[in-house]
Design a protein around this ligand. Structure first.
Ligand code: TA6
Length: 291
């Protein structure tokens, strides 16, 4: 699938066009400093490539573009819960249809924002009114910010994540550092561990870093770059690679595609955020390529 060269349905400005793939609208950004694509299904960034750079974001070659499912890769928006604590896994936001709200551009880049509000369908599985706005600042750096506002008459609480999949040359050759020492190991029944501040990969890895520091650095020597990930509004950094057996079991990942990806996530995991009526919270991740 060549998503980047789909025919234009409408041109919104010099840098922003709309295209469509299997009934899913994609906001396509082409600017002198960077290119990006954002699916309205899921409010989901599916590519980001600064000019002159390799892709920063990984998208599965077997990703399914189906409004009933989440897209494998990119930056899934896990909200209003993280993980399998309820159905659907990682919340409904990544399976929902978002609305294009605003776009603007200047010589520094392009800003695109989308919104998602409660509907009868969302209230049937999570009985709260909300307004979510996700903003993508696309330029030499990428910043993704999710602001959640309580538009209900009662308080509610939520967890979630910006579950970013990064493109790496070879998982066995990268190191991830800077996320703090303490973590819960999800591959060992959430065992509490320390000494995790430098992570290399040779097996399935699924860790929740509970005292997350900034920035988390993905050192990718073969790509001759470091990816710096600076998170805000979070209380955990989740690091995930499924390795081979799990990839083989997943219909939307090629068997060996785990070799070129790693997730570094800005997560609300340890302590749910409680919002009173009218209150807002912003969860964000900023990604910088350093040579
Ligand atoms: O963030 C890590 C994780 O929660 C893993 O446990 C793994 O299941 C992954 O996310 C992907 O989840 P998904 O529901 O997208 O298959």
């Amino acid at each position: 699938m060549d998503l980047r060269n789909l025919p234009t349905i409408s041109a919104l400005s010099d840098a922003v066009t709309i295209c469509e793939f299997q009934g899913i609208k994609i906001v396509r950004v082409i600017h002198q400093l960077a290119e990006a694509g954002i699916s309205l299904h899921g409010g989901h960034l599916i590519w980001y490539k600064p000019a002159g750079e390799k892709d920063v974001i990984w998208l599965s070659e077997k990703a399914e573009f189906d409004t009933a499912k989440a897209i494998r890769g990119g930056v899934p928006v896990c909200w209003p819960w993280f993980g399998k604590v309820a159905t659907p896994s990682h919340g409904f936001a990544r399976n929902s249809q978002w609305t294009l709200n605003q776009h603007r551009e200047n010589e520094q880049g392009v800003i695109v924002s989308l919104t998602l509000e409660d509907t009868e369908a969302t209230r049937a599985i999570w009985p709260n009114k909300f307004h979510n706005e996700i903003t993508f600042e696309i330029g030499r750096e990428l910043t993704v910010s999710l602001t959640s506002t309580n538009t209900d008459k009662h308080s509610w609480s939520f967890t979630g994540a910006l579950h970013t999949y990064f493109n790496v040359a070879a998982i066995g050759d990268i190191a991830v550092t800077g996320m703090g020492e303490a973590y819960l190991d999800s591959t060992k029944g959430n065992e509490a561990c320390t000494g995790g501040n430098t992570l290399t990969f040779n097996a399935e890895t699924d860790r929740v870093y509970t005292s997350p520091a900034n920035p988390v650095v993905i050192d990718d020597k073969a790509h001759q770059r470091q990816l710096l990930v600076t998170n805000q509004g979070h209380d955990a950094a989740v690091i995930w690679n499924p390795w081979q057996a799990l990839s083989v079991s997943m219909g939307d990942m090629a068997d060996n595609s785990f070799e070129t990806m790693v997730c570094v996530e800005s997560a609300i995991h340890e302590q749910a955020i409680e919002l009173a009526p009218g209150e807002s919270h912003t969860l964000s991740t900023q990604i910088t390529v350093q040579k």
